[in-house]
Design a protein. Structure first.
Length: 272
């Protein structure tokens, strides 16, 4: 039977997302001896992980692995590519989470790359609650697709895409979505302050409300958000009055659509 995990995996870049993925992989069953991390400025967390688990950190000359996972900042790719290009062998799966960097971009910078998966996770991967969608190039084998599912599924929900262009929309929705939710929390707290509540209480109410609403959706996966919203909204009541503002012609739906469109456009600009 095929191994669930690749025998050798090199992670390039161990910032917030890279570190979250590494921790998820190890927690999910990847052998520490199978993982190598290349990070010129490792955080205390990554240094501690490497020391405590026996993960190789910045070895002198790693050889081409089964999986080369790219988690550097997209704007750093040009600088990093010459150093890591030798690691992209003909049998290596290149797994990229770089926003805006297409498969064509990656192959141009890593000439040896054949099998490439382009993925977009989000930051709740740090607690195993991420959402990731990915597109595989035609050269990706069945085994490599399974590796992708195991690696990205270890940090949350995973979805395959049929069209690489859909990655830009995923980036705009789930990729940046946690920031939108945090911004909503800040706005809710600011509104509470404007109504006369103390700042500490306002933030506590806002955070607790967002956390509770999210947990309610998680526990009732078969219930549409529209139904959950309706359960809170009495006709002619206070919530209905607020929703009349939020759902007006220039309200939340239109604002979110413009925000997502701006994010998708920026993702396209980052390509190349």
């Amino acid at each position: 039977m095929m191994n669930e995990w690749p025998e050798r995996l090199v992670l390039v870049g161990a910032g917030k997302m890279g570190a979250a993925m590494a921790a998820g992989w190890l927690a999910g069953g990847l052998a520490a001896s199978s993982l190598t991390i290349l990070e010129p400025n490792p955080s205390d967390e990554i240094a501690g992980l490497a020391a405590s688990r026996g993960v190789a950190l910045n070895p002198a000359a790693p050889t081409p692995p089964d999986v080369l996972a790219l988690a550097v900042k997209p704007q750093s790719l040009d600088a990093v590519a010459p150093q890591i290009a030798p690691l992209a062998g003909e049998r290596t799966l290149v797994l990229s989470i770089l926003a805006g960097k297409t498969i064509a971009n990656l192959r141009a910078r890593l000439p040896g790359a054949r099998a490439v998966v382009r993925a977009m996770p989000n930051t709740p991967a740090a607690i195993g609650r991420g959402v990731t969608a990915a597109f595989a190039s035609a050269a990706v084998t069945h085994e490599q697709r399974l590796w992708t599912e195991w690696l990205l599924g270890a940090v949350g929900a995973f979805h395959w895409l049929d069209d690489e262009a859909a990655i830009e929309a995923v980036t705009a929705i789930s990729g940046g979505g946690p920031a939108y939710v945090f911004a909503l929390t800040e706005a809710l707290a600011a509104a509470a302050v404007s109504l006369g509540l103390p700042a500490d209480l306002a933030m506590s109410l806002a955070r607790g409300t967002v956390e509770g609403a999210g947990e309610l959706m998680r526990r009732e996966p078969g219930t549409p958000p529209s139904v959950l919203r309706g359960n809170v909204t009495s006709p002619g009541g206070t919530t209905a009055a607020a929703l009349a503002v939020l759902q007006g012609n220039d309200g939340l739906d239109a604002l979110m659509a413009r925000a997502a469109a701006a994010a998708r456009a920026r993702a396209g600009e980052m390509a190349g």
